[in-house]
Design a protein around this ligand. Structure first.
Ligand code: TA6
Length: 303
C-alpha cells in the first residue's frame, strides 16, 4: 500500500509532478508542465483532467460524481478491461471489467525532453480477481501529457493459453452542448446500436445527437473529430490497435436516472471511446502482447 509522501519521494518532480490525497480521500497525481495540466486518480488509473495550456479541460467529470473505493468516478477516462460492457456470461461480474475499480501502481514518471510528462502505471494482480479473470495477464498504461494527450494500454498474455481481451478507454469529453456537437470520421462505418437491441446499421454522414445514443462502431480505424461549435474547438482522436469506437450519450431520461450524472450533465459530455469491443475483441496468443494507443489533440477554431 503506497503513501502519498512515499510516492512523492520516489516519483515526484518538483514543479511538475505531485501526488496528493484529495478531499474525497482519493490519491491523485497532478501534472503541470509548460504544455498542459492533468490529474489522474490511482484508483482505476482514471484520468480526471487534461487541459492544454490556454484551454478548458477536454475531459468532463460529473459534478454529481460519487468518489467511493472500488467504484469508477462518473466521467474522466475509465479503463474498461478485460471486457467491455456486461460480462459475456456472468451477470454478477462488474460491467466493463475490473481494471477501473482497482488501485494501480506507479511504475515510472519521466519529464521528457520535449517538455511533456510521461507516467507509467500497472494494474497489479489482485486478490479476488481469480474468479473474475482466471488468466495470467498484465495490464500497463503509459500516459504522455503535453499539448497532446497520449494513452497506451498494453496487455501481456503471460500464460500458456490464448486469451481473449475486450477493452476501451471510456473517455468523457467536455463539450459545450450535446445538441450542437457533431462527430466526424465514422461515416460509412457499420455499428451495433445498443439502444435498438443491438441492431446493426451503417453510419450515414456525421453523427449528431438528439436522443440517447449508444453505439459500437466497427471497422473504425480513421481519426475521429468531435466538433464543438459552442466551445469553438475540435478534439482530434487518433488511434492504433483499435478497430472499434464507442459513442455514447445517455440523454435526459437515462441521465436523470443516474444519480452520479444528474439531469443536465449529459448536455456537456460525450463519450468517444477507442476500443477493442464486439467483433473487435482481441485474441492474444500465449506470450504475446497487444497495445491499444490513442492520442487526443485540441484545436481551437479560428474566429
Ligand atoms: O460506453 C457506453 C456504455 O457501455 C453504456 O452502455 C453505459 O452503460 C456506459 O457505458 C456507462 O457504463 P457505466 O458502467 O460506467 O455506468
Amino acid at each position: 500500500m503506497h503513501s502519498v509522501s512515499g510516492l512523492n519521494q520516489c516519483y515526484g518532480i518538483a514543479g511538475q509532478v505531485n501526488f496528493i490525497r484529495d478531499a474525497h480521500g482519493f490519491d491523485l497525481v497532478e501534472v503541470t508542465n509548460a504544455q498542459a495540466t492533468a490529474r489522474l486518480a490511482l484508483q482505476g488509473a482514471q484520468l480526471l483532467h487534461w487541459a492544454p495550456v490556454g484551454q478548458q479541460s477536454a475531459i468532463w467529470v460529473s459534478d454529481q460524481a460519487i468518489y467511493a473505493p472500488g467504484k469508477p468516478v462518473r466521467g474522466g477516462a475509465p479503463v474498461c478491461w478485460p471486457w467491455f460492457g456486461p460480462h459475456e456470461s456472468r451477470t454478477d461480474f462488474p460491467a466493463h471489467g475490473f481494471a477501473r475499480n482497482q488501485l494501480w501502481e506507479i511504475v515510472s514518471v519521466v519529464a521528457l525532453p520535449d517538455g511533456s510528462t510521461q507516467l507509467s502505471l500497472r494494474l497489479p494482480g489482485q486478490e479476488g480477481t481469480a474468479e473474475l479473470w482466471p488468466h495470467d495477464t498484465a495490464l500497463d498504461m503509459e500516459l504522455t501529457i503535453g499539448k497532446h494527450l497520449k494513452v497506451d494500454l498494453v496487455t501481456r498474455n503471460l500464460g500458456d493459453q490464448p486469451v481473449t481481451v475486450g477493452q476501451a478507454l471510456h473517455t468523457y469529453f467536455h463539450i459545450g452542448d450535446i445538441r450542437q456537437v457533431s462527430i466526424l470520421g465514422l461515416e460509412g462505418c457499420p455499428y451495433v446500436d445498443k439502444v435498438r437491441h443491438g441492431e446493426r446499421h451503417v453510419q450515414a454522414g456525421e453523427i449528431r445527437f438528439e436522443q440517447e445514443t449508444d453505439r459500437i462502431y466497427l471497422d473504425s480505424t480513421r481519426d475521429v473529430v468531435i466538433h464543438d461549435p459552442v466551445l469553438g474547438r475540435r478534439i482530434h482522436i487518433a488511434k492504433k490497435g483499435s478497430a472499434s469506437t464507442v459513442v455514447w450519450n445517455p440523454w435526459l431520461e437515462k441521465a436523470t436516472a443516474m444519480k452520479d450524472l444528474g439531469a443536465d450533465g449529459y448536455t456537456h459530455m460525450v463519450c468517444v471511446e477507442n476500443a477493442n469491443a464486439a467483433d473487435d475483441v482481441r485474441i492474444l496468443p500465449a506470450g504475446s502482447s497487444h497495445r491499444m494507443e490513442v492520442c487526443y489533440t485540441v484545436a481551437m477554431e479560428t474566429p
